[in-house]
Design a protein around this ligand. Structure first.
Ligand SMILES: [Cu+2]
Length: 120
């Protein structure tokens, strides 16, 4: 009887784990967005700001390629919304140009065509 209980308990745990793993998979998507970021400061600005965006789980910017990899929940946000969010931070996101007001507020070295000298 004791063995049976142990078996059924562990079976139940296994089922729960399998179901939750499937759910987690279904709610995660990844997208790569080309941005106009130029330096480590841009990286920080973008990653920090996106952390507060709805549905975004993680964002990592590769400063060298300017490509931002975003992990998000497709039930809560879309690639279009993510690009607009990046634009509102002040950076280009694929075909979406940077929001002019947000762009103006950026640090000088983070503007397009400029190259930051610090840190690199
Ligand atoms: Cu910068």
């Amino acid at each position: 009887m004791k063995t049976l209980k142990t078996i059924s308990t562990s079976l139940l745990i296994m089922i729960v784990m399998m179901v939750s793993a499937e759910k987690a998979n279904a709610q995660v998507a990844e997208i790569k967005i080309k941005t106009s970021a130029t330096c480590d400061m841009c990286k920080e600005t973008i990653e920090k700001n996106l952390a507060f965006e709805k549905g975004i789980k993680k964002s990592v910017l590769d400063v060298d390629t300017k490509v931002l990899t975003v992990t998000y929940n497709p039930e809560k946000t879309t690639p279009e919304k993510i690009r607009i969010a990046i634009s509102k931070i002040g950076y280009d996101a694929d075909e979406v140009p940077a929001d002019p007001k947000a762009y103006k507020k950026l640090d000088d070295c983070c503007k397009k065509g400029k190259v930051c000298t610090d840190g690199k």
